[in-house]
Design a protein around this ligand. Sequence first.
Ligand SMILES: Nc1ncnc2c1ncn2[C@@H]1O[C@H](COP(=O)(O)OP(=O)(O)OP(=O)(O)O)[C@@H](O)[C@H]1O
Length: 468
Amino acid sequence: MDSEFYPSFRVLLVDDEPAWLRSLSLALESSSGITNVESCSDSRKVLEIIAQGEIGLVLLDLTMPHLSGEELLVQIAERFPAVAVIVVSGLNQVGKVVNCMKLGAYDYYVKTDDEERIVCGVQRAIKHLELQRDNKEMTRRFVSCELQHPEAFRAICTADRAMQAIFAYIEAVAVSPLPLLITGESGCGKELLAQATHRLSGCRGDLVAVNVAGLDDTVFADTLFGHVRGAFTGAEGVRRGMIEAAVNGTLFLDEIGDLSIASQVKLLRLLQEGEYFPLGSDQPRRLKARIVVATHQNLESKVAQGGFRRDLFYRLRTHHVEVPPLRSRKGDIPYLLDLFLEQAAQMLDKKKPTPPPGLVQLLSTYSFPGNVREFKAMVFDAVSTHKERMLSMDSFVKAISAAGGGVAERVPDQNPFAGFEPLPTFANAANYLLDEAMNRSGGNQTLAARLLGISQPSLWKRLKLARG
Ligand SMILES: Nc1ncnc2c1ncn2[C@@H]1O[C@H](COP(=O)(O)OP(=O)(O)OP(=O)(O)O)[C@@H](O)[C@H]1O
């Protein structure tokens, strides 16, 4: 987001009275920070200016020499259908309003209307146009399924289609000034996606991350908004808030689901009004940072239980991605394993070990409640204790067992023997199970024993018995 120009497209003010143009453009800037504005007092030049391609919204007077507003409205609707036109006229006549709306005007205001009303109307149109542009861009990306900046996602290792779709979505909305909500279980990579969003946003400022879990309301306000000298007892100096630290950049609010209701009200006001007051100050400051929020909580159910404000939820989820947990993208396990072995070896100054056969199968039986973070820690731990060229399976087996087994608990809905006629004997059924477990584990007995929930010696005995 560029501080000097808002919105990302140009707003063209057309009126034959230069004084009105000046006053309107001042009002737009001071009340709403709308600075990407161009004025034109000659109706004959309007179409030429729009044809240059940067105009997204036109504020159009009706009564002008040379070309009337209505004539221009017809031409704009015909030649530049993506450009919205708000009529701001001195004429307060129902017939005129109806005619302009029929000709394709987005809205109609009378010059004698409260200035604040006109500015709000312009703000509303800008939001609407921004959403339209985002949607168009998203559709284009999804249809073509291409990433323009795959390098922005370099830190995120995945071959999963759902993750690729998230990348495409993020690329499309990264330049939007509206908030992005990233949800998903803890450790699944939400912060990495926030970083990629910042990289793609074109913001020149920093990404400033704040974990808001556990901040009481005063600390939350102080952290975000900062304070002036003497704002409260002990406030001996000025504190720069995180919003200011993130100017022209991205403010990433993590664990947003844990925010107190009082702080939710403050965040909502910030998003709605686009401005805030440092504690102890009556001088408003403009929010000039893109907001990205994340949570591992289910915000919808928090809203239903009254723990999260509905209005804030709707505002935050304008752009939303839900990151799938690792257990539902097991195809990523071998790639992540390789990446983490490489990283761990580099960090610990060791040679990259070779993973034992069957390790990927073992890992695929585990549900990873701590997601990629847990997996990464497991690999780093294994590499730090290993001595041979081949990585030992033991530390993985131990970690998985310590986490409560974690073999993917897939109890079939239906008894697999239900259709058998006659039923197999115990011995036969046990043999089928042994065969299947050995098959799935690629002949690895440690893993096969884990899959069957028995000890390795016990598996060995049964195998010996079965094979005579
Ligand atoms: N796809 C991935 N490729 C490489 N590393 C990953 C991937 N996903 C997550 N990680 C790593 O896992 C760890 C956790 O990731 P991250 O902090 O982004 O998760 P999170 O969802 O934000 O977690 P939390 O909800 O606890 O804040 C980090 O070390 C991150 O680098």
